[in-house]
Design a protein around this ligand. Structure first.
Ligand code: NAP
Length: 318
């Protein structure tokens, strides 16, 4: 595990493809990795660590990303622009969208209208598998719809036919500066083992379903050990599934002890596990509430109590 992380970090520093690295003998690899010691880029060496003062994390791409943001699945039209505007007014600078959400135009509009400097904002969008056959056209479409000059991060939404080709197209756009960081969504250990040797630029982020009832306790440390940041979708259980999670007696009791809401406790639990949160909301009060995560901390015992709620209960199929 440790070696794999070193390998990825070293690949970043020297620019070798992972498959080229994988072709080395064990001795060559060890010599080469020893030679790399001390010559890793500062960004690569720092990657993955959350800074709770700046509320940001440095990615293995060298770019910084906020550790909390707004998810925009199912938000459209004025509901979407209103949510993005409310989020920006409350200091949110990270937005998660996707071709499949059909709202990249609204996200771009609300950001441009806000007057917030572009460089403060971090937008993630995704290519859907039905776009993998012509990834260049799909990336151009996302650039055009968002109309923000560049895309901060692009993910492949799911594994699918042609995914490695699509990722390599994203690598080419990243080399041209049109996309800044690359990542994957709904990739687990087996999928990563299969996928990583086929690409040159390691993913900076993996976005998967994570909430107290579906914790991915095997997958998260595996991804983090690679120097790749983990981001959780459905942090509150997902639209239509939030009532049970927010009303969970253990979470409610911890929330009452801190004078916080259940949502805030769940989001803070994620942050303390090193998982970036992107709760979805169209309600300005909830949007503000979901930013107030830095004036309290969960104790080890409270973290353990929430960890014990895991029941491997996925709320969506992917
Ligand atoms: P979620 O964040 O788990 O839950 C959203 C629900 O929680 C909404 O019904 C929202 O209602 C409610 N809510 C938000 N904040 C609240 C608060 N403080 N108190 C009470 N209720 C609150 O589900 P999600 O939005 O579906 O998932 C989050 C994001 O992950 C998505 O928006 C999307 O960006 C991403 N995602 C990615 C994938 C993938 O395959 N990569 C899949 C699904 C989702 P209100 O609007 O009333 O606040």
């Amino acid at each position: 595990m440790k070696k794999r992380r070193l390998l990825l970090t070293a690949c970043l520093a020297c620019g070798l493809t992972l498959s080229a690295c994988a072709g080395m003998s064990r001795e060559q690899m060890e010599d080469w990795m020893e030679g790399m010691d001390g010559s890793q880029t500062p960004a690569a060496a720092e990657s993955g660590r959350f800074n709770f003062d700046t509320r940001r994390v440095t990615l293995n791409s060298g770019y910084e990303m906020p550790i909390y943001g707004l998810g925009t699945y199912s938000l459209h039209g004025e509901e979407c622009t209103g949510a993005v505007t409310a989020a920006l007014e409350n200091g949110v600078r990270l937005f998660d969208t996707a071709h499949a959400y059909g709202n990249e135009v609204e996200i771009g509009q609300a950001i441009r209208a806000s007057g917030v400097p572009r460089e403060e904002i971090f937008v993630i969008t995704k290519l859907y598998p039905d776009q993998f056959a012509d990834p260049e056209a799909a990336i151009d479409e996302a650039l055009e719809k968002l109309d923000l000059g560049y895309i901060d991060m692009m993910l492949l939404h799911h594994p699918g036919d042609g995914d490695a080709e699509a990722y390599r197209a994203m690598e080419r756009y990243a080399a041209e500066g049109k996309i800044r960081s690359l990542g994957l969504s709904n990739w687990y250990i087996e999928e990563l083992e299969d996928f990583l040797p086929q690409i040159s630029v390691p993913p900076a982020l993996v976005q998967n379903e994570i909430h107290p009832y579906y914790q991915e306790n095997d997958v998260i440390p595996y991804i983090q050990a690679l120097g790749v940041v983990v981001q959780g979708w459905y942090p509150l259980g997902g639209r239509g599934h939030t009532a049970e999670l927010l009303g969970d007696p253990v979470i409610s009791q911890i929330a009452a002890a801190h004078g916080k809401s259940s949502a805030q406790v769940i989001l803070r639990w994620n942050l303390q596990k090193g998982v970036v949160v992107i709760p979805g909301s169209s309600n300005p009060d909830h949007i503000r509430e979901n930013t107030e995560l830095f004036d309290f901390a969960l104790t080890d015992e409270e973290m353990a109590q929430i960890n014990a709620l895991d029941r491997n209960e996925k709320h969506d199929w992917y």
